[in-house]
Design a protein around this ligand. Structure first.
Ligand code: THU
Length: 134
């Protein structure tokens, strides 16, 4: 799949965002190793902290469908610079992505910043860091 198509899917997904509080729609699209695309938008809640970001919605939809291996992701928002995923989303990405997995960060001015997982969250806490007994 072309990165432009994955980016387009993420931009399209902003239309589904449930953002009555921030009015800041974000869209995400993640490509699985098996070739499927899962999309996500941010979903907010009147109890603000339980809101969920677009990136995690996309990844959790895939994982709940049995897909845990990913090769590429795109995230889009109407930001001045390419959108920067929050720390919680970076940690969730690092659970499933390889250090070299690419993430395309975009905005509505077609600015694109492509980073690897390792660049987005270096020295991340990994499943391997847990003691073997767990
Ligand atoms: N948000 C995302 O969905 N992804 C990001 O990368 C940045 C922030 C959402 C969370 C909240 O619904 C709104 O944007 C404002 O923070």
């Amino acid at each position: 799949m072309k990165k432009e198509d994955l980016i387009e899917r993420s931009i399209e997904m902003r239309k589904k965002a449930y953002v009555p509080y921030s009015k800041f729609p974000v869209g995400a699209a993640v490509l699985t190793k098996s070739g499927k695309v899962y999309t996500g938008c941010n979903i907010e809640n009147a109890a603000y902290p339980v809101s969920l970001c677009a990136e995690r919605v996309a990844i959790f939809k895939a994982v709940s469908d049995g897909e845990t291996e990913f090769v590429e992701m795109a995230v889009s928002a109407d930001t001045k610079r390419p959108v920067s995923p929050c720390g919680s989303c970076r940690q969730v990405m690092s659970e499933f992505f390889q250090p070299e997995t690419t993430i395309h960060l975009t905005n509505l001015q077609n600015q694109l910043k492509t980073v690897t997982m390792e660049e987005l969250l270096p020295f991340s806490f990994q499943p391997d860091d847990l003691p073997p007994s767990l």
